[in-house]
Design a protein around this ligand. Sequence first.
Ligand SMILES: [Cu+2]
Length: 743
Amino acid sequence: MQKIFFILAFLASPLFIFAQQNDSSHYDIYHLTISDTTVNYTDKKVKAISVNGQIPAPTLYFKEGDTAIIYVHNAMMMETSVHWHGIILPNNQDGVPYLTTPPIKMYETFMYKFPLKQSGTYWYHSHTMLQEQSGLYGAIVIQPKEEKYKVVGEETLLLSDWTNEKPEEVLRTLKRSDESNEWYAIKKGYAQSFDKLIQHHALKDRLQASFNRIPPMDVSDVYYNTFLINGKNTFNLSKYKAGDKIKLRIINGSSSTYFNIEFAGKQMQMISADGNDISPINVNRVLMGIAETYDFIITVPENGAYEFRATPMDQTGKTSVMIGNGENHFVKNMPKPDMWTMDGMMQLADINVPMKMNSNISMKYMNMKGMSMHHNHDMSSMNEDDEDTSTMVMPDGTRMKMSDMKSDNNDDETDDSNYVIFNYNMLKALQPTALKGKIDRNIVLNLTGNMYRYIWSINNKTLSEQDTILIKRGENVRMILVNNTMMNHPIHLHGHFFRVLNDNGDYSPLKHTVDVPPMRTVEIEFPANEAQGDWMFHCHILYHMMSGMSRIVHYDGFSRDSLLHKYPYKKALDDDKQWFFWGNAELKSQMSEVNLNYINRNNAVRLEGSADYHGKYEGELTYERYIGDWFRPFVGMSVTREKYYNIFNSKQTFYQNTNAPIIGVRYTLPYFIESELRINTKGRVRFQLEGDEWLLPRVMFNWNANTDKEYHLDFQYILAKTLSISAGWDSRYKWGAGLKLRF
Ligand SMILES: [Cu+2]
């Protein structure tokens, strides 16, 4: 029945269009039908979400000054939403369900309508759950009133990442604390096991970090099966020939992948960043944060096919387009990254903001013996006076004058002997962007997180714990983004452009998304003069946003659209309160064990049990509550059935049951050693320690010991995400071997 209504609504929609076309402005009208689909990118059929039958969604072309009318038809059995990323529009068109715009329920249609006050390259994507990872993203191109650059052609290249796993399963995997969590690192070849650490001279680093409860680092969280440009891993644009100038509109539409982009021809001329024209610069490589867009002009140097390549920051794959016709010219492979040391990781991660280190954090790490930052000579930049900020540090440690890198617009004569790696200091706006008047509000936002528990936050609070950042209309707002984590975070503000303060002073560039590298600080400013409203401000790594690294920038005095009265505001804050179930079971020759966990941000319900095959068992059900990151009191129930021998006749045995409520505390110690102190209602006290060591890429060692003189050792060989072979000894159950299943 609903389906019929849906079809009727679809058929009737042209009538609405006629009705709306009666005023003078020009309308660009699109119909987008969102539906479930099946894709097969890597020889595996998996579910996905398509728009008008395709992934990515169709590119929407508009003209500056027109009005966009977009009918979004939801043909799925679940609700959805579409957010127009980087577009300046009325708050109720922003597409954040429950916050600004009603969710589009199944078989419903929603019409978005907004004037196009800008030009440039943007994109759109779902803002509901993890739908973006399943394929709900597409490009937006707004042609300017006057075209500035003469080119023979224009190509929009939308980069994305693809996993054959369900996105919900990816998030659940990131949240769990057993070996499944390490599986992505194993798949990527970046296992942080002892042998690899020794091989890469990183053991000391790791032990230091581990002492501070910093888990094995990685520049990315998720293992992806493939990477795509416009929905394909590779394709050709063979219509171009020698000398052709082409405009490339590049969008990083991935869910959690930073890409290094390069072109095998001459340097690329960057002409626009996040939709805004900039003073052109010639670059060889750009590290693109998620949700950033850049426009380039490239020239096909000779007859031949030249590769445009996007390499994920962790180099676990690539995706490329061959531009031109003839002999293939490929981009050189990047040197293999060192994922084991702090130096190696920072070299990959800090590219966009190479020099401005957080002094507070860098000092902390400097004090950790054995950790040297790779830009040793950058330390002087903490002393701002004697630093010549107009130079940048090249990867080989040499310095280059910024003036050498800036193009004189004579791009045909580019000196390619300088390999130029883009960073934010190279961005210069065409007009001054300095705010008029003083800064009215300074907001320090520490980007924080607990990687171990996969909780991401701002000032140590998730969205549901602290929802808003209050601003007033007319104020000049400055935000100081201090990344206190070991990952890059691409921070996005809806409905506004902000200045990214850099060496260009009054000409600091305008952006909608800014990469904040690990241990770096980035300052942004904007006049609060856009539409009154509630504007999302969040990390654009989908799994970080869903885990809490998000806020709502709220204009003082703004009240919600009346259309939203059926859709409670509170539901817009729910993502980081989600519960996850995970568990594992070991079936061994001498005993079996089961471990079930039901967890959310602050709570955990755990069931642990073990039994031999002669009637002896032990089990406990506990509820624990997190106070801060590491400390949690718990209550629960413990049951045991012990076997006793008659001391006069060892052939004679009997069993004794002890069932008692328990209460205690758990605390994660340095090196991630889990400690537990408990007492049962019979007054019996027990203290226990437990730890895991990653010996070889697929070999883990688990141990525990307690004051009841119980000891447990266990080795496992990880065969797959869900399966290990395990063998070990337990003081209660003795030697044995078997299988460990994770679910
Ligand atoms: Cu993030």
